[in-house]
Design a protein. Structure first.
Length: 86
């Protein structure tokens, strides 16, 4: 993965997100990062540096999505969180 995208994933972890590999931990088919609070669950599913998807679920309903490169998707979900803190 490209440095820009690795840096973006580090930002997620530093912001309190938990990440787990899907499949073989030595060669995962994907990484999934999640963060939940107060009825809101955000998740980021990473297959490759240019193939990531994020979903926000509020009280069981999907309310926001983002798709694209890891750096874009991470920027989107972090902006969702900033909106929560405002």
């Amino acid at each position: 993965m490209d440095d820009e995208h690795i840096a973006a994933l580090r930002k997620l972890v530093l912001a309190g997100w938990s990440g787990v590999p899907l499949g073989n931990p030595a060669e995962p088919e994907a990484l999934v990062y999640t963060r939940g609070r107060l009825g809101i669950l955000d998740s980021v599913h990473v297959r490759s540096y240019d193939n990531a998807m994020a979903i926000r679920a509020e009280r069981g309903r999907n309310t926001r999505t983002s798709e694209g490169p890891v750096s874009k998707v991470v920027a989107d979900v972090l902006s969702w969180q900033k909106g929560d803190d405002a």
